[in-house]
Design a protein around this ligand. Structure first.
Ligand SMILES: [Zn+2]
Length: 111
């Protein structure tokens, strides 16, 4: 994904076009994500960043509202941003396959 002339926010994937001018290559983080990271424990940030997309999708789908990573607004926001970036990275076809593989629980799903 990254090219030598463009940096992407390592959290949300936002593009920083001035990065090359500043000599500031990956890993770069946009101001919004940097502010968010300051409010979240570093081990939580690490867990979210190292999580496979499939696991994130399952947590997002099955974690009850207000629990786990979604117990705090900042953590939930951060989780959503990282998940959106990973979704873009895996692409729509892989997302659909992963989504079907996870299913919606509750009853058997044959896919
Ligand atoms: Zn960002």
């Amino acid at each position: 994904m990254p090219t030598d002339s463009t940096s992407y926010c390592r959290v949300c994937g936002a593009v920083e076009n001035d990065a090359a001018i500043n000599g500031d290559f990956l890993p770069w983080i946009c101001p919004a994500c940097a502010a968010l990271e300051k409010k979240i424990a570093s081990e939580v940030i690490q867990r979210i960043n190292s999580m496979p997309y499939e696991k994130m999708l399952a947590l997002n789908r099955f974690t009850p509202t207000g629990e786990g990573f979604f117990a705090h607004r900042e953590t939930g926001e951060y989780f959503a941003m990282v998940m959106a970036r990973k979704r873009a990275e895996v692409g729509p076809a892989a997302h659909t396959g992963t989504s079907k593989a996870i299913g919606w629980g509750g009853h058997d799903e044959h896919v």
